[in-house]
Design a protein around this ligand. Sequence first.
Ligand code: HEM
Length: 155
Amino acid sequence: MAFDPPEGAETSRRGYDRSMDLRSREDFLASFNRCRASAGFLAAFYERFVASSDEIRAKFAGTDMTRQVRMLEDSLYVIAVAVQGEEGSLARADLPRIAARHSRNDLNIRSELYDLWLECLIDTARSHDPQFSAGLEAAWRDTLAFGIQYMRSRY
Ligand code: HEM
């Protein structure tokens, strides 16, 4: 699967600093790929996330974690690509469905739980990417902020 920006992506969202977005996204993807190359990264994230609160543990009761790990892996790529994709692009097509699934009418994922999600993901990345740094942490935050903001806006 290729993640090169489509032609003209840099100018697709007016009034926004595209070059900064793209740099963060590239750094995020490189770090994410190193994490994925290190055994058990996403399983370690879920272990940490589920242990972080009773509410989260309850949400995942009965979840097939093998499938869940794969879904999350895919959706992190969706977010990274959507950061620079146009409204209505293929990469963004999945996000409304994922957001609706997390909304108050379905899984009912409160806004605060996204903070825990992000902190657990970053802590796990820190222990799995040998090159992790403050700059890379900022790239993870910048890239994922888009997805989190999107999900929260559709709660
Ligand atoms: C931006 C952040 C997040 C992303 C990208 C994400 C992504 C996903 C995806 C792709 C799925 C699978 C949806 C499907 O079945 O088609 C899923 C399911 C789920 N997510 Fe999230 N998620 C996020 C945040 C959270 C948070 C903060 C929670 C809080 C507990 C959460 C709890 C769940 C649960 C309980 C499921 C359903 C598991 C099941 O089917 O049993 N997610 N998520």
